[in-house]
Design a protein around this ligand. Structure first.
Ligand code: ATR
Length: 285
């Protein structure tokens, strides 16, 4: 008789509150189907007051899940309640990916890896730059600062409307990170090889203010983590000014790769078919 655990279907989740907007089930569902893996990936809406219980049931095995993704507002609690958070999630204080191993819940954060893989695919060689400018100092900015720093970019300028928030991140992520107010944008952009928008400017088709990218270095890459619309006002302006651009959809797709591999044992590929699937869903909603 084979062990029942070997024959059972592996089940993963995305949890959030609310969670109905999450496109992760579409991504993992596509991989499960195309790789012919008999697993499942479902949305689990969990209210904040029930999240500790959800983690307990994951730990004990009672819920039957082998792991899953965590989105707003549970990322910090997921990190705190996990048995084995890795160094990346430890520094961020937040986790978006959990997996169960020998009765322990492990946690990591894959946003930074997703961000890097998207740039590697869309602008190979982008990382041979001396400095980068990151606009915004909210939750989304942290994983990107960490990833760009760990890739070896020398100086990282975090520019934010509320400079105190940028300063908090500079203090957290080390001496190569510098905090600036918006007025310093042109100055700190001089010669930079990467410009990242992590703010909501231009989201949902709203017009962002005019940006002058001309101080950036020759061959600089401009990217936006907003992917609705796919070509944001910031990307459109950068392209019109002759800079290479990378849209944010690939970050969403690539950040899903490590979780899928942990839960289902196969490293999936981000390809054009997956991208088209998500784009079609974006058009339909
Ligand atoms: P997230 O977790 O998605 O990053 P957030 O924590 O609300 O969201 O952060 C949003 C970011 O967009 C912040 O950097 C915010 O600047 P403040 O820290 O000054 O609030 C920035 N942002 C939002 N609207 C903005 C605007 N109209 N102009 C400039 N920056 C803006």
């Amino acid at each position: 008789m084979p062990d029942s655990r070997e024959t059972s279907v592996r089940r993963a989740f995305v949890t959030g509150f609310p969670v109905k907007h999450s496109r992760s089930p579409l991504i993992h569902g596509h991989w499960l189907e195309t790789l012919r893996i008999p697993g499942s990936y479902t949305r689990e809406e969990v209210a904040p007051e029930n999240f500790a219980g959800f983690m307990e049931a994951l730990k004990s095995g009672e819920s039957g899940f082998c792991g899953g993704n965590v989105t707003i507002p549970h990322k910090e609690a997921a990190f705190r309640l996990a048995d084995r958070p890795d160094a990346l999630s430890e520094e961020l204080g937040a986790a978006n990916t959990l997996w169960r191993e020998e009765g322990c819940v492990h946690a990591t954060n894959t946003d930074g890896r997703g961000f890097l893989a998207n740039l590697d695919a869309g602008a190979p060689g982008w990382d041979t730059v001396g400095s980068a400018v990151i606009l915004g100092a909210g939750g989304a900015s942290r994983a990107i600062i960490q990833a760009v720093r760990d890739r070896g970019v020398g100086e990282i300028h975090v520019v934010n409307r509320t400079v105190a928030r940028a300063q908090e991140l500079a203090d957290r992520f080390g001496p190569r990170i510098h905090a600036h107010p918006m007025e310093a944008l042109a100055e700190v952009s001089k010669g930079a090889g990467l410009f990242v928008n992590t703010t909501s400017l231009g989201m949902d088709g709203k017009t962002a203010p005019d940006f002058d990218f001309s101080p950036l270095g020759p061959g600089a890459v401009v990217t936006d983590i907003v992917y609705v619309p796919l070509v944001t006002s910031i990307l459109k302006q950068a392209a019109e000014q002759g800079f290479a651009t990378v849209d944010g959809l690939g970050m969403l797709l690539h950040q899903a790769v490590p979780g899928f591999e942990k839960w289902f044992g196969v490293r999936p590929v981000v390809d054009e078919a997956l991208r088209r699937l998500i784009l079609a869903d974006m058009e339909a909603h």
